[in-house]
Design a protein around this ligand. Structure first.
Ligand SMILES: [Zn+2]
Ligand SMILES: [Zn+2]
Length: 256
């Protein structure tokens, strides 16, 4: 089992990171991808991955776009050169117009730069999209080459039509996490049924978005099993089948 999107290097785990990772492994989560959100955070992700045997990504979250380095490629090259663990993807990158912590124009520029970098170095991309669907899809239509690129829409919470666009038009995967367990998420459950098991991977986005029955508490990689159970119920299959298929998909996606 792979938690394809975690922030295990987050300060919320400073007091019990080792125990948290041990709980994940005991629950059968052998692989954790810890996700970078700006240059300094990506550096922390790499150091944490080195210490605990995790995988890391490097990226600039749309919230942090306004503080992105002028030359993102040079900054990413330096991070990769200094990494003692595999850097398995670029991101999270994308657009978030919900909070607008960075101006939309900065978000779009930094997204384009990261897609270009991922294409140049042949790494997959981890996308974050919130309340920016139209602009996001417009940029993908200009920049995305589904024949040569791999992408995942992490924490996908859209409807069936958006799900089909990402999967059928762009050849992407959907990252499914704690939201699938929420009572109000019927649209998301319909989206999962629309694209099917082969188009999804499992994630926590911990320490955020804990699934039921942990909702409101700090999330952690072991809880990915709760979301996998919810996916199994949605699709009417055994949880073991969800774990096997999504693990195989994630293994191919990150080229492990
Ligand atoms: Zn995100
Ligand atoms: Zn995240």
């Amino acid at each position: 089992m792979i938690d394809t999107h975690a922030h295990v290097h987050d300060p919320q785990f400073d007091d019990d990171r080792e125990a948290t990772i041990a709980r994940a492994r005991a629950a059968g989560v052998e692989t954790i991808v810890t996700i970078g959100c700006d240059v300094a955070d990506s550096e922390r992700a790499i150091r944490t991955a080195e210490t605990y045997g995790l995988l890391a990504t490097i990226g600039i979250h749309p919230h942090e776009a306004k503080d992105a380095p002028g030359d993102i490629a040079a900054a990413f090259d330096a991070l990769r050169a200094g990494a003692g663990v595999p850097i398995v993807a670029i991101g999270e990158t994308g657009l978030d117009y919900h909070y607008n912590h960075s101006p939309a124009e900065d978000q779009r520029r930094v997204l384009r730069d990261q897609i270009a970098y991922a294409r140049a170095v042949a790494l997959p991309v981890v996308f974050h999209q919130r309340e920016a669907y139209d602009d996001f899809v417009a940029i993908l239509r200009e920049t995305w080459d589904r024949a040569t690129m791999r992408g995942v829409i992490h924490c996908f919470t859209g409807d069936a039509e958006q799900a089909r666009t990402f999967v059928d038009e762009f050849g992407m995967l959907l990252g499914i996490g704690g939201v699938i367990t929420f009572k109000t998420a019927e649209g998301l459950r319909e989206a999962v049924r629309a694209v099917g098991l082969q188009a999804i991977v499992m994630e926590t986005d911990c320490p955020y978005l804990a699934p039921i029955p942990y909702r409101g508490k700090r999330n952690e990689p072991a809880f990915v099993l709760e979301s996998a159970s919810a996916v199994a119920a949605v699709l009417g299959i055994e949880r073991a089948a969800v774990l096997a298929a999504t693990t195989a998909t994630a293994t191919r996606f990150f080229n492990l």
